[in-house]
Design a binder for this molecule. Sequence first.
Ligand SMILES: [Fe+2]
Length: 329
Amino acid sequence: MNQAVAVIKEIPAILNQVLAILNTFMEMVLSVLLAFGVISGPSTDEPITLKDAENVNLAVVALADTHIRPTGINPYNFDCGIEDIKNSGIDFDALLIAGDLSELGDDVSYELMWDSLNKAEIENILLATGNHDIRVVYDLRTEQIIDKTNSFLGTEIDKPYYSYDIKGYTFIVMGSDKQLLEKAFISDEQLTFIDSELERATKDGKPAFVMCHQPLENTHGLPEVWKNGGIGEQSDKVREILEKYKNVFFLNGHLHDGVYENSLEILNEENGVYSVNLPAYGRENDYGEFLQSGLGTYFEVYDDEVVFTARDFRAGKALEGYTMSFTLK
Ligand SMILES: [Fe+2]
């Protein structure tokens, strides 16, 4: 059962003004810390490398839970991740962010986020809404995130869920159709959309990617790691649709679980349907072998396999032992 949520149309101007002042102060502190070498950008010693750069069909960075807030240095930490991606020299085809773009859902945070994303120089940026984004001002924030997605992709998306093809591979982004505190509400219309898009996307044997902020129920350590941490009532219906098709990769955030054995969940072995939990980027993680903030994943798509690699983008470091290869069915 979801708790009641307050329905307001916009963040009060006074709160935005206070946050803007705090952000200006934090930027001054940051410039001093940088000048004295107390903090520094990502390492360039271990740049991102692809398994087979000559034959890769698609290379994608997938992050979640950036939780941008104007009152700390995590906007800078997010910029460091963007810098790490650029340091690789790899022309990534897409950057995915699986929701909770901001911590408070305030206007200042999104402006910081858009500034960072504009620096990324990645052709396709796909954003999902997370509960932190939409639980306070659902209509305004959903609309803004859709508008920003449209400006990145040149699309005319008008719903919190959509589908987008890159180099012949389909990405389906899910989003709650109504305002809830933690879970998502996936309408019948959205379920039908996911079903038909997956049918289209996978009919020639290509993998397809579905991004949703919340994980499926009973995956990635749920409910033990978080009693109310799953999608919610429509989870079984979503899973049933995913399992109908071959080579489907479901990507979720929300749990703030780092990188460990529970990051991968096999949903249907025969069809090659998997769930990959994306660690939180913008705050420390609660479970796992690697817990620090700044974590994320990148994946490479080849003719016969998909390779996922977890990474500390903030530090510019590889995470040993967390490359997973999936042979396509
Ligand atoms: Fe989150």
